[in-house]
Design a binder for this molecule. Structure first.
Ligand SMILES: Nc1ncnc2c1ncn2[C@@H]1O[C@H](COP(=O)(O)OP(=O)(O)OP(=O)(O)O)[C@@H](O)[C@H]1O
Ligand SMILES: [Mg+2]
Length: 296
């Protein structure tokens, strides 16, 4: 009799563990890219991380502008190690995580290493295991990428299911953003794309820019990106950068923060009900590295 009760109890425990795993939301993995440099990726990455943290999401921000990382500038951080140290040494990824404002976590991209850092085959397994070890703890991984496309960025981009392209209304920025998105799409047809137009003079200008880029992608790449919204040109951005604070925190009442909060909501509500496919990006990442060799 006692054995039967114990059996029942164990069955119930197994069942509830199973349904908890089923209910667990998958980590969302987002790479923030641009074609042209200096269009606002890092500001978008940091403020998006803070905005999501403000709605109780757990965010890990990776500074993937390797060798030229500057996320720490925007949050007054003084990181003692970077992702470069992680790749080049044998310490667990958790040792490279630093804490930022609003409880966000971040990994520094390293400085002055740009000419030295090269993606080695041995990094592939390390990268997959690191992301796997961290995915249970976070709702979002955000990768702040360097401008343009390189061999290194291609390896890193594989770890993201979603890609957010930042552009300004300038034709050069738009053309370069399109080239970057095409480059990414040609290598992975399953990514979800988002667009943000930064430094706009009016919402109309932002909408038109977003619409133009969206139609070009629909016409030539046959994908429909989600236009998340526009960010106005605002001197508060530079002031916040100088203070080492995300503008969402230093100027919460400014027009720019209002626009940005809407973007955060828009993004968070997209895919709110994603199925439990937490390892989708990991499977893809493993497959990608296997196809390229150097990953057993
Ligand atoms: N909405 C804005 N209004 C005014 N200035 C802005 C705005 N967005 C960005 N800037 C300015 O542009 C600078 C570059 O922004 P940021 O570093 O975020 O760009 P980036 O795309 O990450 O650059 P990089 O390609 O070098 O990584 C900021 O320091 C700020 O001075
Ligand atoms: Mg940057």
């Amino acid at each position: 009799m006692k054995d039967q009760a114990e059996l029942l109890r164990q069955k119930m425990l197994q069942k509830s563990a199973f349904s908890a795993a089923q209910k667990r939301k998958a980590v969302r993995t987002l790479a923030i890219v641009s074609g042209k440099g200096g269009v606002g990726k890092t500001n978008v990455s940091v403020n998006l991380a803070v905005g999501l943290a403000k709605i109780n999401k757990k965010v890990l921000l990776f500074d993937m502008d390797i060798g030229m990382g500057n996320i720490y500038h925007l949050i007054n951080g003084s990181p003692s190690s970077s992702i470069v140290d992680f790749f080049e040494n044998d310490f667990p990824i958790s040792q490279f995580i630093q804490m930022g404002p609003e409880g966000i976590s971040y990994i520094h991209g390293g400085s002055a290493f740009s000419s030295l850092f090269r993606w080695e085959d041995s990094y592939q397994k390390k990268w997959v295991s690191a992301l796997e070890a961290l995915m249970e703890e976070y709702d979002y991984f955000i990768f702040d990428m360097g401008a343009g496309a390189t061999e290194e960025s291609l390896n890193i981009l594989q770890a993201a299911d979603e890609v957010l392209a930042v552009t300004t209304p300038e034709p050069t920025a738009m053309t370069d953003a399109y080239s970057m998105l095409k480059f990414i799409h040609m290598r992975d047809r399953q990514k979800t794309f988002y667009l943000i137009c930064n430094r706009v003079d009016s919402l109309k200008e932002g909408r038109e820019t977003g619409h133009r880029l969206k139609s070009t992608m629909e016409r030539f790449l046959h994908v429909t990106p989600v236009f998340l919204g526009s960010i106005p040109e605002d001197a508060n951005v530079r002031k916040a950068v100088k203070m080492g604070q995300p503008f969402l925190l230093s100027y919460p009442k400014a027009k720019i923060s209002f626009s940005f909060q809407q973007i955060v909501r828009e993004y968070a509500e997209e895919l709110e009900e994603i199925p439990n496919e937490g390892s989708r990006f990991l499977d893809k990442l493993r497959r990608f590295f296997k196809e390229r060799g150097g990953y057993e």
